[in-house]
Design a protein around this ligand. Structure first.
Ligand code: H2B
Length: 103
């Protein structure tokens, strides 16, 4: 979705059954404190940062941005929708798009 439309369409928080259903498609992500989280490992900093730049482009396109941290060969991503105060389809769609970067 173009960023201008993404800014206009603001989904409501998912229900717990919607969250359970979407989590089934994200076996490498964990649900903690109202966020979805995954840690990625890389052989070196250059590859970790390269991955981050690709995630950043996805995030800008969706107008939906990760909370994340990075070490030498590690990127930890946490997703939630600040505007909605919870998890929305935006978080699950971005998590699935990030997983597809690895495919
Ligand atoms: N990212 C995340 N993770 N949650 C949000 O609520 C959010 C965002 N809101 N990116 C967007 C930007 C909003 O602040 C802008 C104005 O569209």
């Amino acid at each position: 979705m173009p960023a201008i439309l993404a800014r206009m369409v603001r989904p409501k928080p998912c229900t717990s059954s919607e969250i359970a259903e979407r989590m089934q498609r994200l076996p490498r992500w964990t649900l903690t404190e109202g966020r979805v989280r995954r840690e990625f490992r890389f052989p070196d900093f250059s590859r970790a940062f390269s991955f981050m730049t690709r995630v950043a482009l996805l995030a800008e396109k969706a107008d939906h941005h990760p909370d994340w941290s990075n070490g030498y060969g590690r990127v930890t991503i946490e997703l939630s929708t600040h505007d909605a105060g919870g998890l929305t389809t935006l978080d699950f769609d971005l998590a699935e798009a990030i997983d597809r970067l690895e495919a």
